[in-house]
Design a protein around this ligand. Sequence first.
Ligand SMILES: Cc1cc2nc3c(=O)[nH]c(=O)nc-3n(C[C@H](O)[C@H](O)[C@H](O)COP(=O)(O)OP(=O)(O)OC[C@H]3O[C@@H](n4cnc5c(N)ncnc54)[C@H](O)[C@@H]3O)c2cc1C
Length: 391
Amino acid sequence: MPKTVAILGGGPAGSHTAERLARAGVRTILLDEKLAWEKPCGGGLTYKAYEKYPYIVNNHTPKREIHDAYLSAPRAGRVALSMPRPMMIYARTDLNQLLLDRAEAAGVSIEQTRVLGAERTSSGWRIRTAKGHLEADYCVLATGARNPLRHLGTEYVAADTMYALGYFVPGNRDAVDIQFLEGLEGYIWVFPRCGHLSVGICGKGEPASALRVRLESYMREHGLMQEGAKFYGHMLPALESAGWRKNRVAGEGWLAVGDAGGLVDPITGEGLYYALRSSDLASQTILAAAPESRASHYRQALSADFMDDLAFGASLARRVFLRRFPVVGGAPDAMVRLIRRSQKFQHLMQDLFAGTQPYLDLKKRLTRNLSGGLQEVLLNLFLNRMMPETE
Ligand SMILES: Cc1cc2nc3c(=O)[nH]c(=O)nc-3n(C[C@H](O)[C@H](O)[C@H](O)COP(=O)(O)OP(=O)(O)OC[C@H]3O[C@@H](n4cnc5c(N)ncnc54)[C@H](O)[C@@H]3O)c2cc1C
């Protein structure tokens, strides 16, 4: 295993990788220009995340535990959905600090500085920072979706990204709200946090200004446009099928974790779980694989664990948000109607919200749900037909 690993970026992916490596005895240096900060984000963590990483729940850091959601679609209206496996919602400053503290306790050297460049040397890397430079044997790229080091990590084209923007609004609520919109490959969310709400919109193929207009109109309608609301915006990786196929997650002497590797659910925008999970797979690879096979080992580990499922999700995203059928409307309308009618479908949606229902298995599950009254069967059949075949 390498003697010294430089981790570029100290968000969830960087700090979690650093912690894992330091615990295994590797000299680990983490560099971040901001350290704990309010990165634009909903801050929502699914059951899948805290089941695997119980420390997300078992700590004294402020967070909300949300048991209820409302889903709204343009034609079908609003429906309640309970979440027996609740969602944990953090302010990102708090979540980042929790993860950085764990890394520091594990022995990671943490330095607040901007990384300016990373060049290969005969024995490893020379990392240039705003404060000087350092040498490392191996390099982990964790600089997020706006990775400034173009020769490392995912090479984004516009189609592989979406905008996500919103407001932190003073207020309190006990349920998550998800609003699907006509003609948008994306959605609006309202996530309750401690002392405020994260209200945002993500969408593909529309400029940020148009998304902002949609969001502000929703906020005005729902009494959320308030004095003191703070605007935020950021890029969200949303790889197309082709983007997944050529995704550059590792190369000689480096690998990318979290958003820097494009590892975000292209339908829901969930990235926190994948930041943590890719960090586990990255650290296992660095510790166990021979130097010359690290890149292929990591790629295979990602594919087997979640990347193939997310790549299949990419082939589904546009159908879910945009395909329209006479009478039924779109898939979100069918979903809302089915939640009202079918307990089996409610369970399916609860599993999707918990993060335990893989996309690759969705068609099979919908087929098993083909029962009940005529309308229920027809709606299920519509969703089932919409699904692409798995290879
Ligand atoms: C608006 C929005 C809402 C979202 N909501 C959710 C949600 O509710 N749930 C969910 O699971 N996911 C959500 N996501 C996705 C989630 O925010 C990301 O997937 C997650 O932050 C990825 O973690 P990361 O560590 O890879 O990257 P980041 O959290 O972006 O961390 C990257 C770090 O690198 C540092 N950095 C970058 N460049 C440099 C440099 N040159 N030098 C030094 N440091 C540098 C930054 O300061 C930053 O701390 C959302 C994303 C957006 C944009």
